[in-house]
Design a protein around this ligand. Structure first.
Ligand SMILES: [Zn+2]
Ligand SMILES: [Zn+2]
Length: 247
């Protein structure tokens, strides 16, 4: 299956990438995997002999929501700071995120399918086998909520760059409530010192991770163990700042 990159497949009217059948197939597979996890969990809980695990499932769903925010922060930190276009598997995402720092508003012009198809493919690859093999409703709900939050994290990120007046009212409301990433919280990621606010589901972890210098500590460990310095230690004007001429 070929997944064409933005520069290879542009909409002639807008110059923004169009979605291909492969993009839409990945999106559909990711959505199906998430819905299957949640539906199977609810059916198993409903069929369970008392006591039904509603409390455990609610805790699992909350834990999944929190874990997804933390996971996107660690992944975003890693691809922002390490690797290059030549890095196997992750090279296109590394290039994409560096391009996002130069052209942050571009993400708001992409179709939701284009924003999430890569994570949707990963979600489908991991969640579908779990769905088929697992019969634990608590674990299935954890998987469904975690996968759904991770899959749509790039869209939450896109909405965090979208002016409030252009957001659907429901999206603006859940953003203002802090359920998904707030615009003001994510704006700090694009300001000096360019090494904070990496989490992009709800951003609930950003304050504690930045306050505790969690990522700085990880960077020191990686530099000591592997000899690789993160991009955030270099001159920020070169790699991290918005380039209005490129917008
Ligand atoms: Zn970034
Ligand atoms: Zn951003």
């Amino acid at each position: 299956m070929e997944l064409k990159h933005a520069t290879q497949n542009l909409n002639e009217d807008s110059n923004w990438p169009i979605t291909t059948f492969a993009h839409r197939a990945c999106f559909a597979a990711g959505c199906a995997a998430v819905l299957f996890s949640i539906a199977k969990s609810l059916l198993l809980m409903n069929a369970a002999v008392a006591p039904q695990p509603w409390l455990e499932s609610t805790i699992a769903a909350m834990a999944a929501y929190l874990a997804a925010d933390l996971g996107t922060g660690i992944y975003h930190w890693a691809i922002d700071n390490y690797g290059s276009a030549q890095t196997p598997i992750f090279g296109p995402q590394i290039v994409g995120f560096q391009g996002h720092h130069h052209r942050p508003s571009e993400i708001t012009k992409m179709h939701v399918v284009y924003n999430v198809y890569i994570t949707a493919a990963a979600v489908a690859a991991v969640a579908i086998p779990i769905n088929l093999l697992c019969s634990d409703p608590v674990l299935l709900l954890f998987v469904g909520v975690f996968a759904g939050c991770v899959m749509f994290s790039q869209q939450f990120h896109a909405w965090a760059h979208t002016p409030k007046g252009r957001l659907p009212p429901l999206v603006a409301a859940i953003q203002d409530a802090g359920i998904i990433l707030r615009r003001a919280d994510h704006a700090a990621h694009h300001r000096a010192p360019f090494n904070t606010n990496y989490c992009i589901v709800s951003g609930v972890w950003n304050r504690v991770l930045d306050w505790s210098k969690f990522f700085v500590a990880l960077e020191v460990v990686v530099a000591a163990a592997l000899g690789h310095q993160p991009r955030s230690w270099s001159n920020p004007t070169s790699d991290w700042t918005e380039n209005s001429a490129m917008n």
